[in-house]
Design a protein around this ligand. Structure first.
Ligand SMILES: [Zn+2]
Ligand SMILES: [Zn+2]
Length: 289
């Protein structure tokens, strides 16, 4: 393994314990216990494990049941729903190549998400939403139908809705408005600008910032963070993706949250303890734990 691919070193611990509000432990190397121990060593004592398909959501629920520091969110990812309906001959999804299952297969998968959403260790329904970056026009109907179904599931079970919004801001906001958003809604890996942050603030939507807010070209994200109400701001890794600078391109994991927390504190012009305190309180309120 070259230094470029090596896991980044452990950052200085945070003095105030925080949560990683969105991670994918099942896509990271090493065991869950190792990941949780490394994270806890630097003050990241809670993680929200997010499922992206039926198997991943079942795994998230089981992992949360087995570890008090893990909470689960369950869903079909916005790019997963079209694959279920239309098929995935290339096997791009983690469940591998599959035949087109049509609307009935999507209904079956949603029924399993609904069952999992009722479990006590499952605090969130997501990640769901719209992704116009990876899903083309042929998949949009399935994607939007799945998004609407997840909103309904979240509301019926009183769980937090976790939104994945990639190049789909206006349509995500429109569908939320049409369906009526759940009491607690989180935009994971917030990717809007300052103007959208004002809209989210008015609706009471949480904005969760990931490691990409540290990237050189991410000034619009930092502008959004600067104007977002502090009590609606969360932090996440979305690991193994979006490793914060200066480790961009190397594997991400929950133990790197302090790097992003410090960058966020700098944008807000507050010290890292005040930033961490707000993030800890906000995440507990956002996921109702
Ligand atoms: Zn996402
Ligand atoms: Zn994610």
């Amino acid at each position: 393994m070259s230094a470029k691919d090596a896991p980044p070193p452990l950052p200085e611990p945070l003095l105030v314990e925080v949560a990683d509000s969105h991670t994918h432990l099942d896509m990271q190397s090493g065991t869950v216990e190792e990941a949780l121990a490394r994270a806890a060593a630097v003050g990241v004592t809670t993680v929200v494990q997010v499922g992206c398909d039926v198997k991943g959501s079942q795994w998230a629920a089981e992992t949360a049941a087995a570890h008090p520091s893990v909470h689960a969110a369950v869903a079909l990812h916005p790019n997963e729903a079209p694959r279920i309906v239309l098929g995935d001959p290339d096997g791009w999804s983690r469940q591998g190549a599959r035949e087109a299952g049509g609307d009935a297969a999507l209904d079956d998968a949603l029924a399993e998400i609904d069952r999992l959403a009722a479990l006590p260790h499952v605090l969130g329904v997501g990640e769901t939403g719209l992704d116009f970056f990876r899903t083309g026009p042929e998949g949009m109907a399935a994607q939007e139908r799945s998004f609407r179904a997840h909103i309904e599931i979240a509301k019926r079970h009183g769980k937090t809705l976790v939104i994945h919004d990639r190049e789909a801001h206006a349509d995500v906001l429109r569908v939320l408005d049409e369906e009526g958003a759940p009491e607690r809604t989180v935009f994971h890996c917030y990717s809007g600008d300052a103007e959208m942050a004002e809209i989210c603030a008015a609706e009471g939507y949480y904005m969760s910032f990931a490691g990409n807010m540290t990237f050189k070209n991410a000034q619009p994200l930092r502008d959004a963070l600067a104007v977002a109400p502090l009590d609606l701001v969360l932090v996440e890794t979305d690991a193994p993706f979006l490793t914060p600078a200066p480790f961009r391109g190397r594997p991400n994991a929950p133990y790197l949250i302090p790097v992003t927390v410090r960058a966020m504190a700098a944008v807000r012009g507050i010290d890292e303890n005040a930033m961490a305190e707000a993030l800890a309180v906000n995440t507990a309120r956002a996921f109702d734990y």
